[in-house]
Design a binder for this molecule. Structure first.
Ligand code: EPZ
Length: 421
């Protein structure tokens, strides 16, 4: 099985390009099912999750072609006639459930496997189903599958009990084809949800309130296939900024969207780092000879607050430094599998309920560690970059789901990192 080996302690320098956002690309790919014809997406990252969604769209009957070097994805949905997302795929990628809204919107029918367990905690999809029911769908669960059917979807007023990226996106994709008006309240405002709403609008959907927690959707009879660009990945961007911080280096990320990273920029500044913000680039610098990360109190929460998807990476940064930090995950309270691995590298972190108490240590020391999920893998890489000696990270297949060529990008910046097979 693949492993990543890092010899820590190297300074990084230079410029790194940020790829397109996986979490924006996945629902947008699913929404291509709403139309008949050819959707063209640019800046699509070359990742396993993108291949999994492509595979699922092919099962449904789409013709999907990806040009990895150009990052262009062509999806032709002219011959789709199947409305099922099989267990074999949903169990490997929960975002497969994103086809449910578009299939209901186009065919009035979807048969999607219930997603199973997840390494970052319990992830129910009750809010998705509540939304579909409110639009008039009849939902039955049979042998682990959710069968949703509606002769016609009818607009309704839907209040989400919790801000959910997935439920907002999924229900919005169905509501654009419902008869009448749908109001989604307490909907998620994450940039990936906004990107989907803008994509649907370009297809001909009528959505107002985009970027706010109240989306008003006027259903339309038909949409048209379009060409669109995927927004930059704010989580990859944040991960590289933390790579600069944890190695006490100066580096610049380019082709990113700084306004999606306000909370991250703020927290890194509070830690003592300098960030220079350009139109679509950010430079992180420090004047200090030694890493001097100052402690933080940070809570993850829906956008624009600090993202749960950078909690593990920030914890790695705060593990080396002065004083005590407190990191609370309000989105996924059990997302702390990386802590025991960071402690194997010499960190001093205790977890109680959904809070990590981090006592900064002077240094980390390389050791074999195991990745447990996508962002935990990134956190271990960051820790390995700073640790003294060699860190060997196993189970890194998680990484390929969400970070395009991360070891090549880090090598180009000067890291001593390689993958062994
Ligand atoms: C999306 O997951 C992302 N995944 C996650 O990215 C991200 O961590 C998460 O949003 C939060 O930002 C994709 O975009 C593919 P939610 P999602 O619905 O949509 C609860 C990564 O590493 N909830 O916003 O599944 C839920 O348990 C990942 O790239 C319900 O209770 O997250 C959580 O506490 C992993 N019922 C909260 O809402 C529901 O029906 C927010 O989850 C749905 C969610």
């Amino acid at each position: 099985m693949d492993k990543i080996i890092i010899k820590g302690g190297k300074k990084l320098s230079g410029t790194v390009r940020i790829s397109g956002a996986k979490n924006a690309a996945l629902p947008i790919m699913a929404s291509s099912l709403l139309v008949e014809g050819r959707t063209v997406l640019t800046n699509v990252p070359n990742l396993i999750d993108i291949r999994t969604m492509s595979h699922l769209l092919r099962i449904i009957g789409a013709k999907v072609e990806y040009e990895p070097d150009a990052h262009i994805l062509n999806i032709d949905t002219s011959n789709c006639s199947f409305w099922e997302a099989p267990y074999e795929l949903v169990k490997t990628m929960r975002a497969s459930t994103y086809v449910m809204g578009p299939l209901l919107g186009r065919f009035g029918k979807a048969n999607v496997s219930f997603p199973g367990g997840c390494a970052i905690g319990q992830r129910p999809i009750d809010l998705h189903l509540k939304g579909f029911r409110k639009l008039g769908a009849n939902i039955r669960v049979e042998r682990g599958y959710i069968l949703a059917e509606a002769k016609e979807l009818i607009g309704n007023h839907i209040y989400f009990d919790k801000s959910s990226v997935g439920a907002t996106a999924n229900v919005m994709m169905a509501a654009v084809k419902a008869q009448g008006t749908t109001i989604l309240e307490n909907s998620a405002c994450e940039p990936e949800v906004t990107a989907l709403a803008e994509f649907l609008t370009k297809m001909g959907a009528k959505i107002s309130g985009i970027g706010t927690s109240k989306l008003i959707i006027q259903g339309v009879k038909a949409l048209k296939p379009i060409t669109a660009e995927i927004i930059p990945d704010r989580i990859e961007a944040g991960t590289f900024l933390i790579a600069g911080a944890i190695t006490n280096s100066e580096l610049t990320i380019i082709d990113c969207e700084p306004k999606h990273l306000s909370s991250v920029i703020e927290k890194l500044r509070e830690c003592g780092y300098k960030l220079g913000i350009g139109e679509n680039n950010i430079t992180i610098t420090t004047n200090n000879q030694q890493p001097t990360t100052k402690p933080l109190m940070v809570s993850t929460a829906p956008y624009p607050d600090f993202p749960t998807d950078l909690q593990a990476q920030l914890t790695a940064l705060l593990s080396i430094g002065q004083g005590e930090s407190i990191i609370k995950d309000n989105i996924f309270p059990e997302r702390f599998m990386h802590i025991s691995e960071l402690n194997r590298l010499g960190a001093n972190i205790k977890v109680k309920d959904n809070i990590a108490y981090v006592k900064g240590v002077e240094k980390l020391i390389g050791a074999p560690v195991m990745a447990t999920d996508l962002r935990a893998s990134a956190a271990l890489i960051l820790a390995g970059l700073a640790a003294e000696g060699e860190t060997e990270i196993s189970r890194i297949y998680h990484l390929d789901r969400g970070y395009e060529k991360i070891e090549q990008k880090l090598s180009k910046l000067g890291a001593d990192i390689k993958r062994i097979y």
